[in-house]
Every structure is written in structure tokens, then in C-alpha cells.
Design a protein around this ligand. Structure first.
Ligand code: SF4
Length: 739
């Protein structure tokens, strides 16, 4: 075929959680067009403007294509051998002197969109054995994972709305018209929401801002930021006090219901109304409407997680789903059945060990570990504070916490104190500019992909994988190989290890443990594919739809999936209780001790005065965290990092539309352009997060042209939901003055 001939390639979009199937036109070694894949059974042709940016990302001149090594204070290009040799020279002595905890690991959001990074970061973390593991999960989603773990027995047993069959959808702190779901993979949400309304269903949105989703809804209830848990408690109180609970089929599978009425009794609509900014009558009506809807689902997301009561709010979303008889029912909130890698499809169905929390604590603040991680807000103090277990070396993978975590200025200073910092990243960003060695990742187009996590959160069951669209550059290792070589250095096996042979050895050990005498046959069947693909084949074939290595001839395998370029539809969500449960009791634990105890904290806080002005973030269509601001197709157009202020607040504070204002909190301030709009409720200012690209040393030329203000710079890294360790990013008191 001549090099300029056009071919079509199919690729799952890695730019957000919606995981749309894309059809790419490839010509002359470049992507020339991006469309939604109409034949994809899961995303059905949907795409958003970010998808086109895949091409910009691939071609971005700022994207790293060669390792960098700090020489004389400057990051300079080097060879892969030089980069690994430097790490091998410096890291083992640090580990020898400081132990395993001397190495900190930080994973960012894009890791979950890269099969090789996700599977091999988890391996590396297990092999190194450090307690200092951090990720973006404690910035936005750990409360949901913790509440799901406590209720249902696994961190990713997260029920999602069955949107195509529901008659009533209550959305809190989420904007799925823009996000297409988060902790809920639902490409084309807007079309599905319009269909819901067209068939007579109802969409109700609770949010401090009239979001794009609220604008589409039947009803929008503005709520004071940080008050979702109080609203949900009052709704549960109404259901229980008025005898409106109907567990239905779940009755025999629920533990803890008797204690729930007493636990929520103090939170009557009248008691929480002031805190929520919603009238008691409206709260009562909302609870009754939810209870009387024939098929309903409650969904809460970012805003419900990034607040002081994030775990309580996340738990209560599912408590309402249970109390109204909508959990695990068609049209309610249901559990996806993922084709591979889902813990809730493995081991003994219907019972497990549940989840353990607080097996370790952070050294300085004593914050409990959750899901094996410490709060990212603890990282700076763990680097700064001397003593046994101090973080002296750091490996960051696809992450930019200097912008995305609270008080990045402190973290940036701490990073400069590290003895060694290694980053795997595609950019020299505000965080990786501090590294001693930067190892470039690949463009998503250069690697095969399967979504390890998102089928566990999917609106419909499906299996899809994407082969690499473009070849990997000569001499560039795959990302899983990079992590495997770093693992080998940490374990004293040397940087020069043969990654493929090492990988085969590790796989043989794992399969040997799981398959016993069958292991040789299983390994032979898996063949000689590259690392992550072999793990995927293993996951698919032993998964709930798998071929069982020949036992179910029509079942799934990687070969079968690869032969279906648009993916394979596995049908609508199906009831899974009790089989999906992995709690020790084998029941839904409706009132876990940890959450019952946290209700006392909430009750004591009910009368706290409401600040005059608080800040919230906002999700935008052309952005997703900090790393898309360097892509021209997304950066162009009206400047979007504006501070939304209600007209009454603007008048009170002497602010004009288009003028600059100073936002201050915790002794720090940023400046942003004011946008006066009644989109936000009075007393709330909204600024999108992930901006602030004006720090020296970062190499993001497009982003630096319009750097924006960094909301997170104002926030307090020590302010967290104490149960999940999640940062409080929403509802923080700020001052706003003309600049
Ligand atoms: S909605 Fe998300 S997954 Fe779909 S095209 Fe846009 S960025 Fe990609």
C-alpha cells in the first residue's frame, strides 16, 4: 500500500471517562480525520471536541520524544541508557539507607487511560512495597470508592444509573452533559437524558451552579456547596419517618436498616434547610417524588466527593437507591459486569472479605491509608519531614499535582528538596520540571489499549480494545517496559534487565499461583504477546464472558476481541445482587460503623455559620484537568478560566464583568477575570481547576500564552474528608476583591 493511502483505524478515546469509540483516518503516517465510530455498540458514534485533540497531542512539538536528564540544573536530552543508568546510580543507595518507604509513588489521571501504565504501575507498587503511594484518586473520587467498598465489599463495585430504562434521574454535584459521566461511563449522556424526558421521565439536578445538565433538567435545585450530605440525610430521614421505604427484592440482602432511622433522625428537613439553602418543603417533596417514581436512580459525583463530608454524601446516594427499592433493578442504579479485571466477578460470588481501611497511617499527619493509598495532600509534609520513612525519592507517572492538588506551591518547594525525582510523562509540566530524570511516555496513538477500569462503571456491558494506530518510534520502549525496568532497579535486578524475559517470569509466577497444575497449558495458550496484551487475554478468558481456555468455545478471548474492531456488545446491565457482593456478611452493609460515627461529626457541624462567599470548580467541555491546555484545538476560542460571580455578589463586592479580581484564602491569592452571571447562586464563585501555567521551567508553550489562575493554589492541603483522605476542593471560604 502506498504510504499516502488512506486507512481507517478504530481507537477508544483516552481523553476522558466516556471512552468513546473513534474512527480515525490515517494517511501518510498521520491522523487526518477523527469521527465518532457509529458502529461502536457502546458509544454509538458519540464524540466531543476533545477527541480531535488526539491529533494535536500526537503532533505537539512540546510532547517529549526523548528522555531528559538534569545536568547543571537544566533538563537536557539524553539516551534511554543514560537515563536508566542515572536512576540506577542514585535510587538504590536511597532505598538502602531509607528503606522502601523512602520512595514515593504518584499516579495521575491519565494512568487509568493507558492499559500498560495502569497494570504495571500496580505491579511496581506491589513489588516496591512502599507505604508512600499517592494518586489523583484522593483529589476527586476516593469517597465514592470507600463508600462502595464499605457497602458492597469492593472499591469498584459502584452502581451506576441504568439511564435507558430509568424514569427519574436525580443528579448531584455532577455535570454529565459536559463530562459524559464520571465514575459512570456514559458517552452521549445528553442524548440519553433527552430520551429520558421524551418518554415522560424526569431529570432533577442539585448543584450550586446552573450547569449544562441543570439547564436541560426538569428542575434545578441550587444547593450551598458542601451541603449535599445534609440534603441526602434529610431525604433519608423523610423516607424512614414517613414509612416510604421499600426494599423489595433486596430485603433479605440488606444489613443495618434497623439502626438507620435513629442514625438519620437528627437530620430533619427543617434542621438542614438553612445549611443547604433549600427549603424544608422542597426537601420533603424531593424525597417523596423520588420514593414514588416507578424506576429511579440517584447519581452523585465530583461535587459530592470533593467536600468535607464526601464519604457520607457518596454513601447516602446509594442509601437512597436502596431505600427506594431502586438498587440493582432495571431502570435504577445497577452494577456493570466487566469482561476482565473486575474483582467483583472473581473469587467466590456473594461473599468476600470486604475492604480494609487504615492498615497503615501516614507518618506525619497520621492519615489512614484507603485502598492502599495515602492522601495526596500529605505528600509535601512526607517529603519535608526528616525521620525514618521520609520520602527522599519520588516517581511520578502522568501527573501534575503542583497544579491539580491543593497548595501546589508548598509541594513544588518540597519537590526541590528530593534527592531524586523521576517522572514518566509526555510533558515537562509544572510538576515534572522538578524532576532529575524525565522518561517520555507514548502518544496514545502509539500503543494498543483496553480500558481496565471503565467497563466496571459502564452504562452498558461491552468489550472493546484498540490496536496501536501508529507505530511506536524506533528505540522507544513501551510504557509497561519503562515501569518494569524501574521496578527491576528498585529490586536490585539492574536497569539492563531484559524486560520481556522479566515480564514472562513474573507472569509465570502469577499464573502458577492461580492455575496450579494447569499453569503450563495456560501460559502456552497465552503465547508470546507483549506484556499487557497477555494479561488482557488472561483477564478476558478467565472473566465472566471468557472462553475459559477452551471450556466455552464461543467465549471471549483477546483474539476474538481483536477480530471485532468496533467492539462486542454484551447487553444491558443485569441484576447482580447477591452475586456481586464481596462483604464479609454477604449482605449490603447499609450502616457501616465508620459512617455511623461520622454522622456525629456532621450533626455537630449543622449550625456552623455559612461563609459569605465560597468557591467551587467547574467542568468544561474543552478541558479535563491540567494536561489539555497545551493543545491548540482546545485552547483556542474564548478564554475559559474565568471566575463566575452572581450579579448580587458582583454589586456587593464592586466587581465588573471582564475586570480582574483577586481571590484569596489561606493567606494566598490568585487573580482571575470576572464573569458576572446568574449561572452561579449567590454566595458562590466558580473557577475551573487545572490552570496556572505561568510557572518557570514548564515547557507548555500554548498553555503559557493564556495561563489562567490556579484555583488549587488557594486551597489547604490539610483540609480533607477524614474518612477517605480526599481533598476538600469545594465550598471553601474565599475573599474576592477587585484586583
Ligand atoms: S466525550 Fe471523552 S471519550 Fe468521548 S470523545 Fe470526548 S473526550 Fe473522548
Amino acid at each position: 500500500m502506498p504510504p499516502s493511502a488512506e486507512t481507517l483505524a478504530y481507537r477508544i478515546c483516552p481523553l476522558c471517562e466516556a471512552c468513546c469509540g473513534l474512527e480515525l483516518t490515517v494517511s501518510g503516517g498521520a491522523v487526518t480525520a477523527v469521527r465518532g465510530d457509529d458502529a461502536d455498540p457502546f458509544s454509538q458514534g458519540h464524540l466531543c471536541p476533545k477527541a480531535v485533540a488526539l491529533r494535536d497531542l500526537h503532533e505537539d512539538p512540546d510532547r517529549l520524544r526523548q528522555p531528559l536528564l538534569r545536568r547543571g540544573g537544566v533538563l537536557e536530552p539524553c539516551t534511554w541508557d543514560e537515563a536508566f543508568a542515572e536512576i540506577e546510580r542514585r535510587l538504590p543507595p536511597i532505598l538502602a539507607a531509607g528503606g522502601r518507604d523512602a520512595l514515593g509513588l504518584v499516579a495521575g489521571n491519565p494512568v487509568v487511560h493507558k492499559m500498560g501504565l495502569l497494570l504495571y504501575f500496580a505491579r511496581l507498587a506491589r513489588a516496591v512495597g512502599t507505604r508512600n503511594i499517592y494518586s489523583a484518586a484522593t483529589l476527586d473520587q476516593m469517597p465514592k470508592q470507600l463508600s462502595s467498598g464499605l457497602l458492597f465489599g469492593h472499591w469498584l463495585s459502584v452502581p451506576v444509573p441504568d439511564i435507558e430504562r430509568t424514569g427519574y434521574l436525580l443528579v448531584l454535584g455532577a455535570n454529565p452533559v459536559v463530562s459524559n459521566g464520571s465514575m459512570w461511563t456514559v458517552p452521549g449522556f445528553e442524548r440519553k437524558a433527552r430520551a429520558l424526558r421524551a418518554r415522560g421521565g424526569k431529570l432533577v439536578v442539585v448543584d450550586p451552579r446552573r450547569t449544562e445538565t441543570a439547564a436541560l433538567a426538569d428542575r434545578h435545585l441550587p444547593i450551598r456547596p458542601g451541603a449535599d450530605a445534609f440534603l441526602l440525610l434529610a431525604m433519608a430521614q423523610v423516607l424512614l419517618a414517613e414509612g416510604r421505604v421499600r426494599l423489595g427484592r433486596l430485603a433479605e440482602h440488606v444489613a443495618g436498616l434497623p439502626g438507620l432511622a435513629d442514625a438519620v433522625a437528627p437530620f430533619t428537613p427543617e434542621r438542614v434547610a438553612g445549611r443547604c439553602g433549600i427549603g424544608a418543603g422542597q426537601i420533603r417533596d424531593l424525597a417523596r417524588e423520588l420514593a414514588s417514581a416507578e424506576r429511579a436512580a440517584v447519581y452523585g459525583r465530583m461535587g459530592t466527593c470533593t467536600q468535607e463530608y464526601g464519604t457520607l454524601a457518596s454513601w447516602l446516594v446509594d442509601v437512597l437507591n436502596v431505600l427506594t427499592g431502586n438498587l440493582d433493578e432495571p431502570g435504577g442504579a445497577m452494577f456493570p459486569r466487566a469482561p476482565a479485571f473486575a474483582a467483583n466477578t472473581q473469587s467466590r460470588p456473594g461473599q468476600g472479605k470486604g475492604v480494609a481501611v487504615g492498615r497503615r497511617r501516614s507518618r506525619v499527619s497520621g492519615a489512614p491509608e484507603v485502598m492502599g493509598e495515602l492522601p495526596l495532600g500529605c505528600l509535601a509534609e512526607e517529603i519535608e519531614t526528616p525521620g525514618q520513612g521520609q520520602v527522599r525519592a519520588l516517581l511520578t507517572v502522568a501527573t501534575n499535582p503542583v497544579l491539580s492538588a491543593p497548595n501546589g506551591a508548598r509541594l513544588a518547594r518540597a519537590l526541590d528538596g528530593l534527592e531524586l525525582m523521576v517522572s514518566v510523562d509526555v510533558y515537562v509540566n509544572e510538576t515534572t520540571r522538578h524532576a532529575h530524570v524525565v522518561l517520555p511516555g507514548l502518544s496514545p496513538l502509539e500503543e494498543p489499549h483496553y480500558d481496565v477500569a471503565f467497563p466496571q462503571l459502564a452504562w452498558r456491558n461491552a468489550a472493546r480494545m484498540s490496536p496501536a494506530v501508529l507505530p511506536r518510534p524506533a528505540g522507544q520502549p513501551a510504557e509497561w517496559e519503562i515501569l518494569l525496568r524501574l521496578q527491576a532497579i528498585c529490586l536490585g535486578l539492574g536497569a539492563g534487565i531484559d524486560a520481556a524475559a522479566y515480564d514472562a517470569e513474573l507472569l509465570a509466577e502469577e499464573v502458577g499461583r492461580a492455575a496450579g497444575p494447569q499453569a503450563p497449558a495456560v501460559l502456552q495458550a497465552l503465547g508470546g504477546r507483549p506484556g499487557p496484551e497477555r494479561l488482557l487475554d488472561l483477564g478476558l478468558r478467565t472473566g465472566p464472558y471468557g472462553d475459559g481456555f477452551g471450556k466455552v468455545p464461543a467465549g471471549l478471548s483477546l483474539a476474538r476481541l481483536a477480530a471485532a474492531p468496533h467492539g462486542i456488545d454484551l447487553g444491558p446491565l443485569q441484576p447482580r445482587i447477591p452475586e456481586v457482593l464481596r462483604t464479609a456478611s454477604g449482605k449490603i452493609e447499609l450502616l457501616p460503623d465508620m459512617l455511623r460515627a461520622d454522622l456525629f461529626r456532621a450533626a455537630a457541624d449543622l449550625d456552623r455559620p455559612v461563609p459569605a462567599l465560597v468557591v467551587v470548580g467547574r467542568r468544561q467541555l474543552r478541558s479535563n484537568n491540567s494536561w489539555m491546555h497545551n493543545l491548540p484545538v482546545l485552547a483556542k476560542g474564548p478564554f475559559r478560566c474565568t471566575a463566575l460571580v452572581h450579579p448580587s455578589d458582583a454589586a456587593r463586592l464592586g466587581l465588573r464583568d471582564g475586570a480582574r479580581a483577586r481571590l484569596a484564602a489561606n493567606g494566598r491569592s490568585v487573580e482571575a477575570e470576572v464573569q458576572v452571571s446568574d449561572e452561579v447562586m449567590p454566595g458562590v464563585v466558580s473557577l475551573p481547576h487545572g490552570w496556572g501555567h505561568d510557572l518557570p521551567g514548564a515547557r507548555l508553550r500554548v498553555a503559557a500564552e493564556r495561563p489562567g489562575a490556579n484555583l488549587n493554589a488557594l486551597l489547604d492541603e490539610g483540609l480533607r474528608d477524614p474518612l477517605s483522605g480526599n481533598a476538600v476542593l469545594s465550598g471553601v471560604a474565599v475573599e474576592l476583591t477587585p484586583a
